[in-house]
Design a protein around this ligand. Structure first.
Ligand SMILES: CC(C)(COP(=O)(O)OP(=O)(O)OC[C@H]1O[C@@H](n2cnc3c(N)ncnc32)[C@H](O)[C@@H]1OP(=O)(O)O)[C@@H](O)C(=O)NCCC(=O)NCCS
Length: 186
């Protein structure tokens, strides 16, 4: 298993890594899902903890196999895990999006556990995801965030995102989003 570790900028001595989902953190994952469901909605909320709990082995296997339920395309799922073992967040890298979905949702999704937010882990999660994306051969990635998601906007800009466009989709005309591109070094 490939594990990438970077220093967290906001907490100089804290470290965290992206790891593949595994049964070893199944209970932590359930706690993360329940906690997130209380704060977020939509993709951010993740799958329902009750459903996951019914078939934890199958769910983890499908994450490892690599399928994104939001976009129905092949994806890589990672968990952001602190050096002490706490599960801090989730990252999804979507590899095979067609142009329409790519422009609508982007290559990378990330969510940090609500009780761990505002500590630099969002920036760390995206930095590590960019390393993973580069490792599988992507030379640039598209990132999309809601106009009013200031945390996500800052994360993308801290990681070198260049704003391409503000846009809305025909299905959700009132929802303004920002599309960024990050070029990955060769
Ligand atoms: C968005 C999200 C990932 C931010 O995670 P985080 O760990 O709090 O982010 P960081 O601590 O790395 O913060 C990065 C920057 O954003 C700022 N920030 C974070 N959350 C913020 C908020 N709610 N409002 C304003 N600024 C915020 C931080 O202060 C920091 O700013 P600075 O470094 O310029 O001073 C987290 O709130 C989350 O998981 N939200 C739900 C899922 C989501 O929206 N994912 C992104 C989909 S595009």
């Amino acid at each position: 298993m490939r594990v990438v570790t970077l220093e967290v900028v906001a907490i100089p001595r804290a470290k965290a890594s992206l790891t593949l989902p595994s049964m070893a953190l199944a209970n932590e994952y359930l706690k993360l899902l329940r906690e997130t469901a209380r704060f977020d909605s939509g993709w951010n909320e993740g799958p329902a903890a009750e459903l996951v709990e019914k078939d934890m082995v199958g769910h983890i296997a499908s994450l490892v196999e690599g399928f994104d339920t939001t976009s129905s395309v092949r994806s890589a799922h990672f968990w952001l895990v602190a050096s002490g073992g706490d599960l801090l967040g989730r990252v999804t890298i979507r590899y095979e999006l067609g142009d329409r979905l790519l422009n609508l949702i982007g290559h990378i999704g990330y969510a940090i556990r609500p009780t761990q937010r505002r500590s630099g882990y969002g920036v760390l999660a995206l930095r590590l995801a960019l390393t993973e994306a580069h490792a599988v051969g992507l030379t640039s990635v598209v990132l999309v965030c809601a106009e009013d998601n200031e945390g996500s906007r800052r994360i993308i800009e801290h990681c070198g995102g260049l704003l391409q466009e503000r846009f809305s989709d025909a299905d959700t005309p009132d929802r303004i989003r920002r599309r960024y591109v990050i070029t990955l070094s060769k």
